[in-house]
Ligand binder design. Structure first.
Ligand code: PLP
Length: 391
C-alpha cells in the first residue's frame, strides 16, 4: 500500500547489494513531523551522510518535504552541500581548531558556538568584513558540547559585544537533550528549565534570538513544550523510531532505507556443521545454509547473532559470526525453497524487519545500523511517489 515495492534487480540489472533510499518516504516523514510541530520550524539533521542515506539525496528530499533548515555536525559536511547547490540555511555545530570558519562564513553556513569558537569566528568575520551568523549552545545536562551555566553569562556578554561591533549576529540559542527517548524521565524537565534560565540570562545581556531550538526527534514527537521556534530532527526523517516501545509505523513514519541483496550460495550440510569464524555455532540437524554477501565491511555488525533476514519474503535467522564480506543464514531444513539469486532483504521495504530489529540483534540502536551501512554498498535512490499522501 505505501511502498510500490520496486524490484531493484529488475530496475538495476547490475545490482548485487544495495541500500535503496526512497525519497518519497523522506518527504512523507518530514511532512508528518512538520505537521506535528507547527508552527515550529523544522531543521533536518543530514550529518553523517544523511545517517547513511546520502546527504544530498536527503537534503533535497527534506527540503521538498518542507524542511526549513539543514543541520550538520561539521562545517565540511555543510560546505559539501553548498557546493552541490543547496541554498537552504545550514547550521554546523561541532568544530575543531582546524575548522575553516572563514569558508563557512563566506558560504553562509551558520555556526553553533559553545565557547572557544566565538573569538575565532569573530576574527574570521572581521578579516572577511562579513558578519558571521551564530547559534549559541548551552549545555543543559548532556555534558558534551555547549557552554556550562557558569560560562554562559560571559559568553553571552561577549557575543553581545561582537554583535554590537557588527562581527556576528546571534540568530539562535540551542541545547541538546540527553534522555528524550525515554519520555518519562524527569531529566528532560530539568534540561528545559535550565534552557529557559539560559534564555533569560541571554536576554539580560541583550541577546534575543529568533530561533530557540531544543528538540531532537523523540522530543519533537513527545514533548510539545520542547518545540520552541524550531525542532532539529534526524532519525524520524529517515523513518526510524527513537523510542524502544513505539515502532516507526506507530509514529506514522516510513522507513526510508531498504537493504537488499541476493543469495550468493546455498548448500545442504549435515548435523554438526560449524558456521563461520570461531565455529561459535553448529547446526544440530541436517539443514541448508544460505550465504548472504554483506559483512562488517558493509556495516553489518560482527556482533549480530540470530538476526532476522527475509529471503523470498520469509524471515530466517543468521547463524554464526558475521565476517567482513558475508554471513550465513540457517534455512532450517534441507529442502528450504531458497536458491542462488533469490531476493534477500535485511531490513526495510516490505520485509517486516526494521533496522531496530538488527539493532536488537547487535546490542545497538537503529541509528547506528542505518548510519554505518558502508561505502561498498551502493545507494540506489528511488521515489515511490506521493500517491498515498492523499489518503
Ligand atoms: C543528530 C542531532 C540531532 C538529531 O537527533 P535525532 O535523535 O536523530 O532526531 C539534533 N540535534 C543535534 C545537536 C544533533 O547532533
Amino acid at each position: 500500500m505505501s511502498f510500490t515495492g520496486a524490484q531493484p534487480s529488475a530496475v538495476h540489472p547490475g545490482f548485487e547489494r544495495a541500500a535503496i533510499v526512497d525519497t518519497a518516504a523522506i518527504r512523507h516523514n518530514v511532512r508528518t513531523i512538520a505537521d506535528y510541530v507547527r508552527p515550529a520550524k523544522v531543521m533536518v539533521a543530514v550529518k553523517a551522510d544523511g545517517y547513511g542515506h546520502g546527504a544530498l539525496t536527503t537534503a533535497q528530499a527534506a527540503l521538498e518535504g518542507g524542511a526549513d533548515w539543514l543541520g550538520t555536525a561539521h562545517v565540511t559536511e555543510a560546505l559539501s552541500l553548498r557546493r552541490a547547490g543547496i541554498e537552504a540555511p545550514i547550521l554546523a555545530w561541532l568544530h575543531t581548531r582546524g575548522t575553516n570558519f572563514a569558508e563557512a562564513i563566506e558560504d553562509h553556513i551558520d555556526l553553533g558556538i559553545s565557547g572557544w569558537e566565538l573569538d575565532e569566528v569573530a576574527a574570521a568575520a572581521s578579516r572577511l568584513q562579513t558578519p558571521a551568523r551564530v547559534h549559541l549552545k548551552i549545555d543543559t545536562g548532556l555534558g558534551r558540547n555547549g557552554a556550562t551555566a557558569a560560562a554562559w553569562p560571559e559568553l553571552t556578554q561577549r557575543a553581545y559585544r561582537y554583535q554590537e561591533e557588527g562581527l556576528i549576529s546571534v540568530d539562535g540559542i540551542f541545547t541538546h537533550l540527553a534522555v528524550a527517548d525515554e519520555p518519562d524521565r524527569r531529566e528532560t524537565d530539568e534540561q528545559l528549565e535550565a534552557y529557559r534560565q539560559a534564555l533569560a540570562v541571554a536576554e539580560e545581556n541583550g541577546i534575543v534570538p529568533d530561533l530557540r531550538h531544543v528538540a531532537n526527534t523523540p522530543a519533537a514527537l513527545s514533548r510539545p513544550d520542547a518545540h520552541f521556534d524550531m525542532v532539529r530532527v534526524g532519525v524520524g526523517v529517515y523513518g526510524e523510531s527513537p523510542f524502544a516501545d513505539r515502532s516507526a509505523a506507530d509514529l506514522g513514519l516510513k522507513p526510508a532505507m531498504e537493504l537488499r541483496t541476493t543469495v550468493a550460495n546455498v548448500k545442504r550440510v549435515p548435523a554438526g556443521q560449524g558456521i563461520s569464524y570461531g565455529l561459535t555455532h553448529r547446526v544440530d540437524a541436517p539443514t541448508a545454509l544460505a550465504l548472504i554477501p554483506l559483512g562488517y565491511a558493509d556495516g553489518i555488525p560482527r556482533i549480530a547473532v540470530h538476526a532476522p533476514v527475509s529471503i523470498n519474503g520469509h524471515v530466517y535467522r543468521s547463524a554464526g559470526r558475521v565476517a567482513m564480506d558475508q554471513f550465513v543464514v540457517d534455512l532450517g531444513s534441507e529442502d528450504a525453497p531458497v536458491s542462488v539469486g533469490d531476493q534477500v532483504v535485511l531490513f526495510g521495504g516490505e520485509s517486516g524487519i526494521s533496522a531496530a530489529d538488527w539493532g536488537e540483534a547487535a546490542h545497538t540502536i537503529n541509528y547506528e545500523i542505518i548510519t554505518r551501512i558502508g561505502a561498498r554498498v551502493p545507494r540506489i535512490v528511488t521515489d515511490s511517489g506521493d500517491a498515498t499522501e492523499a489518503e
